[in-house]
Design a protein around this ligand. Structure first.
Ligand code: ADP
Ligand code: MG
Length: 370
């Protein structure tokens, strides 16, 4: 079936057969600890070894995604936005497969440039997929329950989890070539990341989005030892806290907008345990009704107006908007799980919501490989 759908595309039959073959090979995962150890002793030899690993591993991961993108239910695969994403995956697969074996320094440098271009090509995958899902949402029978769309949610979870891994691997490799890496950095990993500091920055960024959209923004207080550090990826933590704080700001804004009471601050507590670093984001924004809770981690659920409806230029849709894609919580949970953590939401309807973000400290859990 997949082959028939693709027959009218720009991609040759041979390429598509190769995609099938590579998509059935076994993926190999790495852990945060491994990335740290490998990245801390990078010699020319190690860089070549890493490039050889990626040369084999990336096409396997990319092929699996390309295959899945072709066989989605409810006609999702035929939505123009999804076809565009599929073509990016096929182009990247072809770039990787047509690249000769990496044998020496020069090949390694060329290879690094090529995979960096792949990373750039896929920059807009999340908003483009979101657009495809919105296109589907419009056609669907409104009587369909979110449970009927379980297979789509599971596909998206696998798809985005895999994307996080691919970008992490490419990003680590590319970063090894930086001439003057900042201190305590190994690629994307900060060996002495202060979660309090990252939480503060992410909260300020979320507050500015809130200010722009509502004209005001509740305070955010961060509690915890700013000198406490552990190895983690600051970009990932920033993204997760940013999404959680935006949700809290929006809930508090909407609840207190027309009241003369002062909006209560959002409280972030950072705790360092032996196993986990846990970050709690607490708000008094009224909570989420219990009936809505099973849906908050799905990709089709948002109580906000869809920002894509108002956006003409969809090619460059950026996700830095308060709410409305319904992607904030599920994607944040994937980032947490990628390194062995998790995200939980506890709500008290009529009062507020607590989000618990657990980050695994040990760093030796293997990448999940969907
Ligand atoms: P979006 O923010 O784009 O709607 P999210 O995945 O971030 O998508 O959140 C999904 C939905 O969960 C929100 O639309 C909102 O209804 C609910 N929600 C999330 N966090 C909170 C919160 N702190 N307080 C109240 N409702 C929340
Ligand atoms: Mg959100």
């Amino acid at each position: 079936m997949a082959a028939k759908k693709l027959s009218d595309s720009l991609f040759s039959k041979r390429l598509l057969e190769e995609v099938q073959r590579w998509g059935s090979m076994k993926q190999t995962g790495v852990s945060l600890r491994y990335m740290l150890e490998f990245g801390s002793r990078f010699t020319e030899r190690n860089l070549i070894l890493a490039a050889q690993f990626l040369h084999k591993e990336l096409p396997i991961r990319i092929a699996r995604r390309a295959i899945e993108l072709q066989s989605l239910p409810y006609g999702l695969s035929e939505k123009p936005a999804i076809l565009k994403v599929r073509d990016w995956y096929l182009d990247s697969f072809r770039d990787l497969r047509s690249f000769p074996d990496v044998k020496e320094k020069n090949d390694e440098q060329e290879f690094t440039k090529m995979i960096n271009l792949i990373k750039v090509r896929h920059n807009n995958v999340v908003p483009t997929m979101a657009l495809g899902v919105q296109q589907l949402k419009k056609d669907l029978d409104p009587k369909l329950d979110y449970k009927d769309l379980d297979d789509i949610h599971q596909f998206l979870d696998r798809f985005y989890m895999s994307r996080i891994g691919i970008r992490m691997l490419i990003g680590q490799h590319v970063a090894m070539h930086e001439p003057n890496p900042p201190p305590d950095r190994i690629g994307y990993i900060h060996t002495k990341m202060s979660p309090v500091e990252v939480a503060r920055n992410a909260s300020e960024d979320a507050r500015s989005v809130c200010l722009r959209e509502y004209g005001s923004a509740p305070d955010v207080h961060v509690y915890g030892d700013p000198n406490f550090t552990f190895p983690y990826v600051p970009n990932h933590l920033h993204l997760m806290v940013f999404e959680l704080v935006k949700n809290s700001l929006r809930a508090v804004e909407e609840r207190f907008m027309d009241s003369d009471k002062i909006a209560p601050p959002i409280r972030i507590i950072v705790a360092d345990g032996l196993e986990d670093v846990t970050i709690k984001v607490s708000d008094e924004g009224g909570g989420i009704p219990r009936s809505g809770l099973p849906r908050i981690f799905t990709y089709l659920y948002s109580t906000a107006k869809n920002p894509l409806d108002e956006r003409a230029d969809l090619g460059t849709a950026d996700i830095a908007t308060m709410a409305g894609y319904g992607f904030g919580l599920p994607i944040s949970r994937l980032y947490a799980r990628y390194f062995g953590g998790d995200l939980q939401i506890i709500s008290m309807e009529g009062y507020g919501t607590d989000a618990y973000l657990h980050l695994s400290r040990l760093g030796d859990s293997q990448e999940p490989l969907p």
